[in-house]
Design a protein around this ligand. Sequence first.
Ligand SMILES: O=C(O)CCC(=O)C(=O)O
Ligand SMILES: [Fe+2]
Length: 298
Amino acid sequence: MAEVKHISIDTPNEEALGIIDNDAAVIIDDVVPESEIDKILDELDPFIKGNLKGADEFTGFQTSRVGALIARSQGCRDLALHTKINSLAAKFLEPHCDNYQLHFTSLITIGPGETKQILHRDRGLWGGYISRKIETQFAVVWAASDFTYENGATQLVPGSHKWHAKREAKQNEIAYAEMKKGSVLIYTGSVLHGGGDNTSKDLRSGIFIHYAPGWIRQQENQYLSCPPEIAKELSPELRSLIGYSKGGYVMGFYSDPNNLDGKLESVTPEKIFSDKKDKFTVLASPANLVKGSTREKT
Ligand SMILES: O=C(O)CCC(=O)C(=O)O
Ligand SMILES: [Fe+2]
């Protein structure tokens, strides 16, 4: 039976990233106390209660999804900025981008009676147009309940990020991401995985907070899930992470549609909230301005 390796929060990044390179998945045990997760579940409770189950086999007829976690939960804001997780995300994604961004948030709750989700690679959401040499997702799942084989722990196929795209997993190649509440599963956009089946009487809850290169379209539209009137409550660091920043000298600017004096023409989105500059506001040297057009990567 395949397994997802477990490490501790003190494991050096090189070692953790080595496991991720080989297996495309790893579990970090006991990252936050259960009380921190309980606080988040309380914050999200009003949204969980009203949430509908999935409408098809992929989203799961007994599975509910609650998004907009940055807007809705202070605790999720803290998880999104978690220092160790962000240092791993940055290192993992940096070969393919100048900076990374938050990409997706969802509390996924698998209820009793749910069947196995079809195994898939999350990178498929971009339509399969991006070279597989480029890793486009660093997925982080915070266990909001224990994850067990019986209650729907995520199925994962370690090593399948290196497989031919059409190869199917045999039963003994599928691992289950069993972990305690407060632990974290990390997996990449290229690994075969899917929600597990829930044969228990309990809920399996996971807080999914994923990261991606700064140049790619986010799965969850952060400007709508966390519009400026809510984003103004966030720290500049978190605002920047979710997309209220430029991702390059000319990438992601905005112009205020009502501005007449030119002061809000082609500016960084952070200008909505403050006069703080981002790292791309300073004019780069001519060579740096065009470095993207001369880089040979693929
Ligand atoms: O709920 C899970 O464990 C996995 C969900 C998933 O992979 C997805 O919906 O893309
Ligand atoms: Fe997935």
